[in-house]
Design a protein around this ligand. Structure first.
Ligand code: ZN
Length: 260
């Protein structure tokens, strides 16, 4: 089966540039340094899925002309991955039914606490837009013709949900892989899109360093590792030249096609 992945956004909470045109070490003239908040689009011939809806979700849907979504998957509750959730309303309207939102229990409780109207109709003119599906660790679900297998990520303050679609996996946000079983879930992947938000550091509490990704991939063995969740400390060209073969720096709009 053929799947197309589009990295809609590849930065963490501040975006690049940071508000006030703070580009950090990034060259403002390099288009690949302009980064929106992390999100991944997955498309088969008949099914379209998205992972996370951050603050840039609406802009991303317009930029890539995405008129329909079959389901949304959330990695975790942090605002840079969920803040655009209200903009899913038009997709529920177009589908004429609630969109299924796959998430772990912690994320669902956060949405319920802050935006209960997303799941429950609270006014006749304001229907609920999402139907939550609580994912259990390592569960596999199917949406249309796409099978989605989960794994567990250590994001320091919480466990996030990683996703695998065929031979491609998306592990965001994380400082490390959590649980031995996650390595089983990632066995045999050829492309790994992974959080390297602490790329430029030797240690960081919430995101993975590049050394950590290298160490993990010795075990996972992906031939193509695409580093995402990039801040303004990581210039696309500079970092691309310093990483070994098989590793890549993500940019908004990067497409990966896979057959599995
Ligand atoms: Zn996070």
């Amino acid at each position: 089966m053929k799947l197309k992945f589009t990295i809609l956004g590849c930065t963490s909470s501040f975006g690049v540039p940071y508000p006030g045109n703070d580009w950090g070490v990034c060259d403002p003239h390099e288009p690949k340094n302009r980064r929106t908040r992390c999100s991944l689009l997955i498309q088969s011939e008949t099914t379209t899925l998205i992972v996370d809806t951050g603050a840039d979700f609406r802009e991303q849907m317009n930029r890539y002309n995405i008129k329909n979504l079959d389901a949304v998957f959330y990695t975790h509750k942090h605002a840079d991955h969920t803040a655009g959730i209200d903009d899913l309303r038009i997709y529920a309207v177009r589908n004429k039914e609630k969109l299924t939102a796959y998430m772990n229990e912690e994320t669902s409780l956060e949405v319920l606490r802050n935006k209960s109207y997303i799941f429950k109709q609270e006014h006749a003119s304001h229907p609920a837009i999402l139907s939550p599906y609580i994912l259990q660790p390592f569960e596999t679900v199917e949406v249309g013709d796409i099978a989605v297998q989960t794994h567990v990520l250590d994001h320091a303050v919480l466990n996030a949900v990683g996703y695998r679609f065929g031979n491609t996996a998306y592990s965001v946000d994380m400082k490390d892989i959590a649980e031995e079983k996650s390595f089983d879930a990632l066995e045999g992947i050829d492309t790994w899109i992974v959080d390297a938000g602490a790329y430029h550091r030797t240690s960081f509490s919430l995101h993975a360093t590049f050394d950590k990704i290298i160490e993990l991939n010795k075990r996972i063995g992906a031939q193509r590792v695409i580093l995402t969740s990039l801040s303004n400390h990581i210039d696309y060209k500079v970092a691309s030249q310093e990483i070994p073969e098989g590793f890549e720096i993500a940019y908004d709009g990067l497409c990966v096609e896979s057959v599995s």
